[in-house]
Design a binder for this molecule. Structure first.
Ligand code: NAD
Length: 260
């Protein structure tokens, strides 16, 4: 199918439905200047993922230092980045009454920054702009913690109880946030149209969401630059850039709505 035809088809499915769920991964934010992890030049080219297991973070000072080094680098990138047309397209679809929620694996806060209400964004892997104490749960401003690191602290600890501080992101081996997982699964199973945007769909359990949607009868669309293990399950597949494709889909949906 030609890309134009595919875009119009997705737009028609959107217009027919008020239960659209968009599932996003790192690929939705690369056009905002945040590299994904697995493409060449991504973070896993420069850091070894094995160093970032939660159990290692808890037990090794070396791992804690490395973790904060990586997160300091990431934070500087996140601070400098702005939402791109893909994030804004999600907001527009919400304002049009079509979008039920965005389930995201991203930790960059860009869906909210684009204007999507907090309760419409289900963050499966947490948020890098929030920091909490692993012992007492006290919350810290990410910016203030970064200032401490920039001033020479290598492993920031809680001012209250001395516990380890960590951004509220989910590390390998760390328990998934139960409430977010429950909500995401319910949204996936209730979707009429489930659109994956910019995810390699290899990180589990998040990557099960498209399967829940498909199992429950939703149409599945995948918009991604590279292939994914679920391409054969998709009703429609577009190998394109998130920002460009979603902008075109949005434009086409608006055209259909004004014609009707
Ligand atoms: P991933 O890195 O495994 O896959 C990203 C996918 O997006 C790749 O298949 C790539 O081909 C595709 N892609 C890249 N740019 C694209 C674009 N402009 N348009 C369409 N597709 C594009 O990412 P993932 O599936 O999200 O899983 C990785 C984990 O890394 C997630 O858990 C996430 O929490 C984390 N992560 C988050 C961010 C972020 O918050 N922005 C950035 C990097 C990694």
């Amino acid at each position: 199918m030609e890309e134009r035809e595919a875009i119009e088809k997705i737009a028609r499915w959107i217009v027919e439905s008020n239960r659209v769920v968009i599932f996003t991964g790192a690929g939705v934010s690369t056009e905002s200047g945040i590299p994904d992890f697995r493409s060449p030049g991504g973070l896993w080219d420069r850091y070894n993922p094995n160093d970032f297991y939660f159990q290692r973070f808890l037990s090794s000072e070396e791992a804690q230092e490395k973790y904060w080094q990586m997160h300091s680098e990431l934070y500087k990138t996140l601070k400098a980045s702005k939402p791109n047309p893909a994030h804004y397209a999600c907001v527009e679809l919400y304002k049009m009454g079509r979008l039920s929620s965005v389930i995201t694996q991203n930790i960059d806060n860009l869906h909210q920054e684009a204007g999507l209400p907090e309760e419409r964004v289900i963050e499966l892997h947490g948020n890098a702009l929030r920091v909490s104490c692993l012992s007492c749960g006290r919350l810290y401003s990410r910016e203030k913690v970064q200032r401490r690191i920039d001033a020479g602290e290598k492993i920031p600890r809680c001012a209250e109880c001395g516990g380890l501080l960590k951004p509220t992101t989910i590390s390998f081996g760390q328990t998934m946030p139960q409430e977010e997982m429950r909500r995401a699964e319910a949204e996936a199973r209730n979707a009429a149209l489930f659109i994956v945007v910019g995810s390699s769909l290899v990180v589990h359990p998040a990557a099960s969401m498209p399967l829940y949607a498909k199992e429950a009868g939703a149409r599945l669309v995948i918009v991604n630059l590279a292939s994914t293990p679920y391409d054969d399950w998709a009703d429609l597949l577009i190998r394109g850039k998130a920002g460009e494709v979603l902008s075109e889909v949005l434009k086409s949906a608006k055209e259909i709505l004004t014609k009707n």
